[in-house]
Design a protein around this ligand. Structure first.
Ligand code: XMP
Length: 518
């Protein structure tokens, strides 16, 4: 297995992701946990030193133990990792003068050209005579260490790619792990081939490792898990159940804001088909009672968030010996919470989650998906036997239909919304469009409009259809349905759903809109 020593780069996890795409098992460990004893126990077959925000010019800069270079295994240093290698092996690094002109700091796209005829590291890498890479560094190497040679250069980085091929040490200035180094995967493929990996690791192996880790963490204690029906919490629950069986209890809170048949589908699947212990918490009256008369979006979100925590706590308190709370936190949540904590970002919406619960209840967290990306979670879910239709479901927000019912929430409006949404999703599935769309739903508008049906006048609600494409929910575009599809769907909704007499299609992208209406 391969060890990635993390020096705090925002993109360290992407290194792991690229290696896993190449079916190589790797683990990321922060530099301050890696010492000689750790290295002996881990016995890495290769080591990657990540980038990071520090400067090796400073005496207190984070460093790996010098024995990483004495283990007789290939080492790849990326950005800060490159500078560390040069500094520790006898080269020279200078601080970049970012301000004041004449600086050597470099951020963004650059093009590397080969400096040697042939090398194992760059084999097949250059599609043309130059290759696009992504640079992001303040400091730079001014003299390479003895034994190293230059394999590639860029206009501003004479030591873009360097190597001591006799010892299998490689050091690069750019970030091969990011998307903006389009051919980065090939680069890693060459490195792991040099390191002798066969590339036979699979998600099944990840599952086995994760199960061992969960068992070791949890011991004989009990774990509780808030099951939302979303992919992340579902996969986390299924994985933990496989690890500790009946030591896991799931709580499914029905806040009266779920889609049609949702509670039944989720509870049946987990309780009856997968044999998990599931508490069905019917708290519809509580939530809908408190939401009555509220129409401000943030007030609604805050009420739901607060009640959710109260309710969860109430049920969790009934479970003996509960010491752990399971969460389906994914890697993108981890980066966001790190890079934005204390940052200048503005709260657009108070997102609903069970944050704050663990401290309040004295629970420790189990987050077995923390290292995975969404598409990897789906693969793992399939490995664990969750039905594909369930794994491919569109995201559904914690506050549920409340944020698709702008203005005042009433039970009558929620009932109409549930029916209209079911017809819309049925249409999308029938036309084979479900998997092309990131998320689709109906919002019921706080407007009634006049219509004519049969020979009579109607005065009913208008609704808006929403469907977007997106890769991560951060930006989105509306889905270009055909006019035929839109017309047919509008007719079906108006005919099949009493209470709606007008249908509109929301064609706002994000930004400037958000995906949900509130
Ligand atoms: P917006 O509306 O902010 O939504 O563009 C982006 C994505 O996040 C989902 N969403 C939420 N998910 N709790 C959640 O778990 C929330 O409070 C919440 N609000 C929005 C939304 O459905 C979309 O996928």
């Amino acid at each position: 297995r391969l060890l990635i020593i993390d020096f705090g780069s925002q993109v360290t996890q992407l290194i792991a992701r690229r290696l896993r795409e190449l079916n190589v098992y790797c683990e990321i460990h922060p530099f301050n946990t890696v010492d000689d004893a750790f290295l002996d126990a881990f016995a890495p077959k290769a080591i990657i030193l990540s980038g990071g925000p520090a400067s090796v010019v400073n005496a207190d800069a984070p460093r790996p133990p010098s024995s990483v270079f004495e283990r007789n295994v290939p080492v790849l240093g990326i950005c800060y990792g490159q500078q560390l290698m040069m500094d520790m092996l006898g080269g020279k690094v200078e601080g970049g003068k970012i301000s004041g002109g004449g600086g050597t700091a470099e951020f963004g796209r650059a093009y590397v050209t080969p400096a040697v005829e042939k090398s194992d590291l760059l084999m097949g890498w250059f599609a043309t005579d130059r290759e696009q890479v992504w640079m992001s560094h303040g400091d730079h190497v001014s003299a390479i260490a003895p034994g190293f040679e230059v394999l590639g250069t860029s206009p501003h980085a004479p030591f873009a790619i360097t190597a001591d091929q006799s010892r299998n040490f490689y050091a690069v200035q750019f970030h091969p792990e990011v998307h903006h180094t389009p051919n980065g995967l090939k680069f890693f493929e060459n490195f792991i081939r040099i390191a002798g990996f066969s590339g036979d690791w699979t998600m099944n192996a990840y599952r086995e490792e994760a199960i061992e880790k969960i068992r070791a963490t949890v011991g004989d204690s009990h774990v509780i898990c808030g099951l939302s029906g979303g992919v992340d919490s579902s996969v986390a629950a299924a994985l933990i159940h496989e690890a500790v069986g009946d030591q896991l209890t799931c709580v499914f809170v029905d806040h009266g804001l779920l889609r049609k048949n949702e509670a039944e589908e989720v509870v049946t699947m987990f309780r009856d088909n997968m044999n998990l212990k599931v508490i069905y918490a019917d708290e519809r009256e509580l939530f809908l009672g408190e939401l009555e008369g509220q129409s401000d979006p943030e007030t609604k979100r805050k009420i739901i968030g607060r009640l959710f925590i109260d309710v969860f706590q109430k049920y969790a308190n009934q479970i003996d010996d509960a010491k752990f709370l399971a969460q389906g936190t994914l890697y993108p949540d981890v980066i966001e919470s790190v890079s934005f904590s204390g940052g200048p970002s503005v709260t657009i919406k108070s997102h609903h989650n069970v944050g704050g619960l663990p401290e309040k209840m004295g629970l420790k967290l189990v987050e077995p998906l923390r290292e995975l990306f969404k598409d990897e979670v789906r693969v793992l879910g399939r490995e664990l036997g969750l039905p594909p239709s369930f794994i491919g479901r569109h995201p559904f927000p914690g506050p549920g239909l409340a944020i698709r019912c702008p203005g005042e929430i009433t039970r009558a409006k929620l009932d109409i919304l549930r029916e209209a949404d079911a017809v819309y999703i049925d249409q999308i599935r029938k036309h084979g469009l479900y998997d092309d769309i990131w998320q689709a739903f109906v919002a019921i508008l706080p407007v009634r409009t006049v219509g004519v049906m049969g020979d009579g006048r109607t005065y009913d609600f208008a609704c808006a259809l929403r469907a977007v494409t997106s890769v991560d929910g951060m930006t989105a575009d509306y889905y270009p349905f055909s006019h035929e599809f839109l017309g047919e769907t509008a007719t079906r909704i108006i005919n099949e759903v009493p209470g709606i007499n007008r249908v509109t299609y929301d064609i706002t992208s994000k930004p400037p809109g958000t995906i949900e209406w509130e």
